[in-house]
Design a protein around this ligand. Sequence first.
Ligand SMILES: [Zn+2]
Length: 250
Amino acid sequence: MSDVRVYLLDTGTLVIDGYHLYWNAGPGGEVRFPCYGVLIDHPEGRFLFDTGYDLEHVNKVLPFEKPQQAAEQTIPGQLKLLGLGPDDITHVINSHYHFDHVGGNKYCTKATTIAHRKELEQSHNCQPFERLGYSDLSFDEIGPRYELIDGDTELAKGITLIETPGHTAGHMSLLVALGHRRPMLFTGDAAYTKRSIDATIISGFHLDPTASVQSLRRLSSVAEEHDAEIFYSHDAEAFAGWQVAPSYYQ
Ligand SMILES: [Zn+2]
């Protein structure tokens, strides 16, 4: 797809403990990591995958994650760098509905929201240990126009959602084919970092740890099959080497 562009939208950083990042492996201690969204500018629409966190929400509900987010590091702020606004987004997709992946959904009122049926259900009826993760469902209150999916789905030519459950009930990763480089595989929280995949270590946040391990392995095999470059969800070292908006991949 030679006329497709992929932009990484920097939406600030958070802090968690090393044992949450690497379950039963650690080391412990504060780890600051990036959060980001992915805009795919495609002939069939503008697709936004993950939207970062809402600063006010984190300050109120999870201040211990020590958010650092400049005004420019919001979805409207990032889109503005590209001469765009939230109304230009045709489709919103979230890897899952944890607060740090949905914070900017509420701005995109014109978009269709692609949701995994199980993720939508579970986020509204979650286990007690998932409550903080699913603490920002404010996007649901604006009355999004949902389109429900149940598994691997090709959204548009070269844009494919890959079901990677475990971290959450209906977690999805994203594979994007491009014209001038290797495909990009966005893992979402199925793989927080390179080490998560290389050493097969899941995060401490999960609904089903066994399914999480299977999803890590699935991501490795998808990457191999498509010769895709892997983009982890919360890897500070990797993120520092990537191009962020207004730069883009194509
Ligand atoms: Zn998550």
